[in-house]
Write a protein that binds this ligand. Structure first.
Ligand code: PLP
Length: 415
């Protein structure tokens, strides 16, 4: 008998991605990924593609920051690059109001910890120079909270997530930026969930020195591509003066491959690491799609379709506690309370990919990334209602659907 570890080809099924992210990648993006013809990362066309991505990213972010580019990998890759200027002993105030900003705060504690602090508890260091303001799950970070904390601590760096995907809450970016300016702190923002979903221009938030996002949420480019980042010249000056303990995620060094050298655009990027022509082609197409759609239009469409979904689940008796426009976070009605995880698992078993919250209390998360059509929203609502009825909710699905149709018909009539 021979033992072989060659498995059959992996067939991953089609699912309806209706969670906080990743969203379903656009077919146009997958087609570009699969049809790129070269693996050579220094080929002229690949370098030109990267430069074009850089220019499109500046439009998407709404910025004149020269240091705007993509970091290969996922959201955490971009965030790691953004946090790279934070050095041991640096003073930081970080606002945590959910799963993701909690991990961001952990990253900051790792970066700012002294060697002694890191050695004491290396996976969860308590850095004396980092203050984490814990805001309860389900609440937003307000401008007053930021103002109070920065006034008291006057940190070198301040951190906040723009949209906290763990609980679906939008935090006050204007208040954050204003407090950073007032108290001379450099703002760092996790914009993983907001970029490509909300219509905002980062240059309007002068207190924020650096932004990081991800490929697979608002930007719609999962096939492991690029996490968009953007840095002000002030951040780059501070980084240059103090250094960073990374080569790979060093913003100045990484930017060179995107054709950014000494604060200026140059025609051709130079080697930093091996980039994938497939990823560049896919990312390029994803940016083209978003810019062709138009950020204002897209943001309005998210508001419109989230509202349709929200009205439907509220009429099913659910209690919505989020205010993001790409994601609903909700509690089930009283008679099903406490069975959130069971419902999510039943849906996922049928390839209807909704999510639970990752930190307690367990709530249901339903997202609409790249699902901006009446038919997609109707499909999501029907699958959800059927799953609830299997648990005994007794929802009148016909009346939900007729309300939904009225909502969409009204919009069509108004056009
Ligand atoms: C999804 C998410 C992340 C992590 O992104 P990955 O792509 O999983 O690395 C970080 N922050 C926020 C706010 C997110 O929504």
């Amino acid at each position: 008998m021979t033992i072989s570890n060659i498995f059959p080809q992996l067939e991953i099924p089609n699912t309806l991605a209706a969670g906080p992210g990743p969203g379903n990648t656009d077919a146009r993006v997958l087609a570009r990924f699969a049809s790129a013809g070269i693996a050579d990362h220094m080929h002229d066309t690949v370098l030109r593609g990267m430069a074009e991505c850089k220019f499109m990213l500046r439009d998407l972010f709404g910025t004149k920051n020269t240091y705007t580019f993509g970091v290969a990998g996922t959201g955490w890759s971009g965030l790691d690059c953004m946090f790279s200027a934070v050095m041991p002993g640096d003073t930081v105030v970080a606002f945590s109001n959910g799963t993701f900003s909690g991990i961001d705060a952990l990253t900051l504690r790792m970066k700012a910890a002294t060697r002694g602090e890191l050695a004491k508890d290396s996976l969860n260091p308590q850095a004396a120079s980092v203050t984490v303001i814990e805001v309860p799950h389900g609440q937003s970070v307000t401008g007053e909270m930021v103002e109070t904390a920065l006034k008291k601590h006057k940190p070198k760096w301040a951190f906040m997530a723009h949209w906290e995907t763990g609980s679906g809450r939008i935090n006050d970016i204007q208040g954050f930026s204003d407090a950073c300016l007032k108290h001379n702190s450099m703002g760092l923002v996790d914009a993983v969930s907001s970029l490509g979903v909300e219509d905002f221009k980062i240059d309007n938030f002068e207190g924020v020195a650096a932004w990081a996002s991800c490929p697979q949420k608002g930007v719609m480019c999962l096939p492991l591509t690029y996490a968009p980042v953007s840095f002000t010249d002030q951040y780059i000056d501070v980084l240059k003066a103090n250094g960073s303990y990374t080569y790979c995620h060093h913003p100045i060094m990484e930017a060179r491959h995107w054709g950014i050298v000494d604060g200026k655009d140059v025609e051709k990027g130079g080697y930093h690491r091996t980039h994938s022509g497939y990823a560049v082609a896919a990312f390029h197409e994803a940016l083209r799609i978003t810019l062709q759609y138009g950020l204002t239009q897209k943001a309005n469409d998210y508001v419109f379709h989230e509202n349709a979904l929200r009205q439907a689940v509220v009429s099913m008796g659910c209690d919505v506690t989020s205010n993001m426009t790409s994601l609903l976070v909700l509690n089930l009605p009283g008679n099903l309370a406490g069975r959130e995880m069971e419902l999510v698992q039943a849906c996922r078993a049928e390839n209807f990919g909704i999510w639970p919250t990752l930190s307690s209390p367990v709530q249901v998360r339903i997202g609409i990334l790249n699902q901006l059509t009446q038919s997609a929203i109707t499909d999501i609502i029907n699958r959800f209602a059927i799953a609830m009825n299997k648990m005994g909710a007794g929802i009148d699905i016909e009346s939900i659907n007729s309300n939904l149709e009225t909502y969409y018909n009204k919009a069509i009539a108004a056009e």
